[in-house]
Ligand binder design. Structure first.
Ligand SMILES: C[S@@+](CC[C@H](N)C(=O)[O-])C[C@H]1O[C@@H](n2cnc3c(N)ncnc32)[C@H](O)[C@@H]1O
Length: 229
């Protein structure tokens, strides 16, 4: 399992969630490419579960999994008072506790599928998705205002498209924005994630709003055809 800093710093994870795509352009793009209405959905690496919670009412049902128990607990708290058929489970995407063909669609938002090394999780998605099911992965694309805050050459997202394209995923680049809720919160998050150089670039920019691009990778996966992984 890949360590996630938000487990130790839920305060900063909250700032990140509030800063990411405030106009909700990304969920609208996912809905177009990989619809969830009436479907049995899996959210892989759900974190605090905001995406799973947002689709639960429309989906036939949603199971949200995360390898970190504290994230699953946050996810369950997040669901209190919301409607929809929903379950949150602690599980590793490489070894999912579900029968073959259990899901119509699976989503992984900024989770697990970081290019090379993600083959076991893709293999497991082949198993738990039904034939004709779809896997949709959202990842940072780079080449935007936000990534200008840190050194992009150190950021592996530039290598990821090749990994997905070699495995038959389509790629759609979605343009949205990143908006820090306040300078104090932006500074705290940027300092923690990217260090003092990035804080200086943030302060010099004179803005809290940055262009933000994500890649949306989709592929028909499922029906137990692991050769294609
Ligand atoms: C960057 S967070 C994204 C969380 C959430 N999808 C979101 O958009 O806020 C990545 C999440 O993936 C989880 N994760 C990492 N490796 C995993 C694995 N092998 N199986 C399941 N979850 C994993 C982490 O615990 C973390 O909660």
């Amino acid at each position: 399992m890949r360590w996630f800093w938000g487990v130790e710093r839920p305060d900063l994870y909250e700032i990140l969630l509030r800063s990411t795509d405030p106009e909700e352009i990304i969920p609208a793009a996912i809905r177009e490419s990989c619809p969830w209405a009436g479907r049995v959905a899996l959210d892989i690496g759900c974190g605090r579960g905001d995406f799973a919670a947002s689709i639960a009412e429309e989906a036939g049902s949603v199971v949200a999994v995360d390898a970190a128990p504290s994230m699953v607990a946050a996810d369950r708290r997040n669901m209190v008072g919301r409607s929809g058929r929903f379950a949150a489970i602690t599980a590793n995407v490489e070894n999912l506790p579900f029968a073959d063909g259990s899901f119509d669609v699976a989503y992984a938002l900024w989770a697990y599928f970081f290019g090379a090394g993600a083959e076991p999780g893709l293999f497991e998605c082949e198993r738990v998705l039904r034939r004709g099911g779809r896997l949709c992965v959202v990842q940072n694309n780079g080449g935007d205002g936000l990534s200008g805050l840190w050194s992009e050459s150190e950021f592996r997202c530039l290598e990821w498209p090749e990994w997905f394209e070699q495995r038959g995923f389509s790629r759609r680049i979605v343009d949205t924005v990143w908006r820090f809720p306040s300078l104090d919160q932006g500074t705290a998050l940027v300092r923690y994630l990217w260090g003092e150089g990035a804080v200086r670039r943030l302060l010099r920019s004179g803005t809290l709003t940055f262009s933000f691009k994500v890649s949306l990778y989709c592929r028909e996966v499922g029906g137990g055809t692991p050769d294609s992984c």
